[in-house]
Design a protein around this ligand. Sequence first.
Ligand SMILES: [Cu+2]
Length: 133
Amino acid sequence: MFFFRFKLLFTLLFLIVVFGCTDNKPVQNPLTPIPEAPGSGGGANRVMIGDNFFQPQNLNVSRGTTVQWDQRGFVQHTVTNGVVGQPKAGNEFDSGLLNPGQNFRFTFRQAGTVQYFCKIHGSMGMIGTITVR
Ligand SMILES: [Cu+2]
């Protein structure tokens, strides 16, 4: 038993030394801003998709900004412009079904407030807005 524990301790120490000193490449923060088009003014341009919400729910961007939605949920979602039940919903952008890990991008060229929702969970309040200045 003593030797077993000793071996275990040694193994752990070995692993700590080997992996603790490995020069791991920094993992890119999944929510760092994506590169923007010139002249878009900078600022946050990413929205996280969760189950069942958009975070942030309301995002302010300047004209020409490409917004990226990152699907971090466990079930499928969509990013669809408009309001739940509105006939014109999806006429500007509609991601289609996004699986976990996928993303969707749309460039906002006109000033104004754009409402969007998830086609599956919109009626449960999974909605958001992008305000373009
Ligand atoms: Cu959804």
